[in-house]
Design a protein around this ligand. Structure first.
Ligand SMILES: [Zn+2]
Length: 290
């Protein structure tokens, strides 16, 4: 990365991931996403950039092994991209979107200070924030651009690749089974076939912490797709990804009606998304697509 590009990129990230401004206009979020896409040459630079933001520096802790793991995973994803062509949607650009939106959602917690929120099943503690970031980085690891033929097929594939990477890398001190044990249910929850079931579970008073953390990752996975301008662009990338193997699904998504149908199936319910006004973004997008 040239030093000029890298300065623009870092100041964009620093400006966005700063607890002094927890809520942004949607247009601003989209401009930042565009700037990040243009100015980050690879995934490692991107992850390195967000970890240098005021937000992630504030969330770092002594002897945090998950920081180096995040960087090493990003480098591995860059390496894999030189071996296999990336799908049009499930590419490093999507991984960046998910990491950005996850950071943005978690940043909303900075305004929670009363005890009732801190004991809420929706509250992510410091270590969980880092584990959610690891999950955001790796949730679509090795995605082939296909749709699941059986439940959790691609998500299990990503977890297998992550397991192999952890076993072969220098991260044995973290406790591979601990990391995988915590993030596996979150990553499995990104299988969209189970979205409605998860939504029902977290809408109940008896919602569990693991389901809430899963929903946070799922909402970060989906949030960029509901933004008024960026959302339709992303839908077109997914249509391109499906063009050869699923021509009918692909065609449907290229129309505003198909995109609207997808939007109408979504509902953002976490307190973090509500604070970030993602439900309002969804409503605006629904009202602006004919
Ligand atoms: Zn995803």
């Amino acid at each position: 990365m040239s030093s000029n590009t890298s300065t623009i990129f870092q100041s964009t990230i620093n400006n966005f991931l700063d607890t002094k401004h927890t809520v942004r206009e949607f247009k601003e979020v989209e401009l930042i996403q565009n700037a990040v896409e243009i100015h980050s040459n690879n995934f490692l630079d991107f992850i390195d950039g967000i970890l240098k933001s005021p937000l992630w520096i504030q969330w770092d802790f002594q002897n945090n092994p998950l920081k180096q793991l995040a960087l090493d995973l990003a480098a591995e994803i860059d390496r894999l991209s030189t071996l296999h062509p990336e799908p049009a949607f499930h590419s490093r650009r999507h991984f960046m979107d998910v990491c950005m939106m996850l950071s943005y959602l978690l940043m909303q917690q900075e305004r929670w200070c009363d005890q009732s929120q801190l004991t809420s099943p929706w509250y992510a503690c410091k270590e969980e924030k880092w584990l959610l970031l690891i999950a955001a980085i790796s949730h679509d690891l090795g995605h082939p651009g296909l749709i699941n033929k059986k439940p959790y097929e691609l998500e299990k594939g990503s977890l297998d690749l992550l397991d192999t990477f952890l076993s072969q890398s220098m991260h044995l001190e973290i406790g591979i089974s601990d990391v995988l044990g915590q993030i596996s249910p979150w990553i499995l929850a990104t299988d969209h076939a189970y979205y409605k079931a998860l939504l029902e579970k977290v809408s109940k008073e008896s919602r569990s912490h693991v389901d809430c953390m899963s929903m946070l990752l799922v909402e970060a996975d989906l949030a960029s797709s509901v933004l008024p301008n960026h959302g339709f662009t992303l839908a077109q990338r997914l249509a391109e990804e499906w063009r050869i193997n699923y021509p009918e699904k692909s065609m449907a998504l290229t129309t505003h009606a198909g995109y609207l149908q997808f939007l109408k199936s979504l509902s953002f319910v976490s307190p973090q998304s509500i604070e970030a006004r993602i439900p309002q973004a969804l409503q605006i997008t629904l009202s602006t697509h004919p």
